[in-house]
Design a protein around this ligand. Structure first.
Ligand code: IPE
Ligand code: IPE
Ligand code: MG
Length: 249
């Protein structure tokens, strides 16, 4: 039984048999959350990191198998040096502290995106966290860092072009399955549900290939204010959508 409260404060139950296997979240609104409180941006990102821990726990409790969260995009380098440094410092702390929590919660962590421009110590911590959790059999938490959907596709196309040049494939043999093996999300099912907080209704270069048939749920809540109940509301919306995949019911 997964009860939650709808906007009229009525208790509703989720259909336990129809929980998305994969939920993707664009965690947006940290900056506005901080501005509303006259706090520096970093305070918003810190509050956002705490929300991520809460929402991961909620996803585990619901039996979600994959949770993919957008933490830093290939476009976020346009922000001030000070804000980027704040985010990177929080990331260091999060990666370090999350090891124990992931072990306890049986969570396997994967990072998607191109981590090569990140500071060496952060790259090392990422590899360590992935290594230390790789035997975990519970939820998979995919954190998108220096991730862009276009960048991911370009990296995949480069790799696949090399494979063709080396004679591994004929160009005609490349289908969806083959291309998917070269994406950062290889072997991960596409997200059934994509949530974006903060009222913005755009994709901002997230998972362009993978969301071809995802259901979108946009909420006005700023990410640091997003709760377990909001997650359940989004899943409820998903459960009441008719997914047709181009066919007819
Ligand atoms: C999302 O929050 C976190 C990152 C992009 C790193 P924002 O920082 O974009 O928050 P707003 O959109 O300015 O409120
Ligand atoms: C998307 O949010 C990226 C992350 C949440 C990490 P942005 O705040 O960067 O997106 P735009 O600029 O509003 O499209
Ligand atoms: Mg934003």
């Amino acid at each position: 039984m997964f009860p939650f409260l709808n906007n009229n404060k009525e208790e509703i139950q989720l259909d336990e048999k129809n929980i998305p296997k994969h939920i993707a979240i664009i965690m947006d609104g940290n900056g506005r959350w901080a501005s509303k409180r006259a706090l520096p941006k970093k305070a918003g990102h810190k509050a956002g990191a705490q929300t991520l821990e809460k929402i991961s726990q909620a996803a585990i409790d619901l039996g979600v198998q994959h949770l993919t969260v957008y933490a830093f995009s290939t476009e976020n380098w346009k922000r001030s040096e000070q804000e980027i440094k704040g985010i990177m410092d929080l990331l260091r702390e999060y990666l370090k502290n999350y090891i124990e929590q992931a072990k306890k919660d049986n969570v396997r962590v994967h990072i998607i995106g191109d981590i090569s421009p990140l500071d060496m110590d952060i790259q090392k911590r990422i590899l360590e966290l992935e290594e230390l959790t790789k035997q975990k059999t519970g939820m998979n938490l995919h954190i998108a860092l220096n991730y862009g959907g276009r960048d991911e596709l370009l990296r995949a196309i480069r790799k696949i072009s090399r494979a063709v040049a080396e004679g591994k494939y004929q160009a005609e043999e490349i289908g969806e399955k083959e291309l998917e093996q070269y994406l950062d999300t290889a072997n991960v099912p596409d997200p059934e549900l994509l949530i974006r907080t903060s009222g913005e209704e755009r994709i901002s270069n997230f998972l362009l290939w993978q969301i071809a048939y995802s259901e979108f749920c946009f909420t006005e809540k700023l990410w640091p204010d997003f709760t377990e109940n909001d997650l359940k509301q989004a899943i409820y919306q998903y459960q009441n959508r008719e997914r047709r995949f181009g066919g007819r019911k």
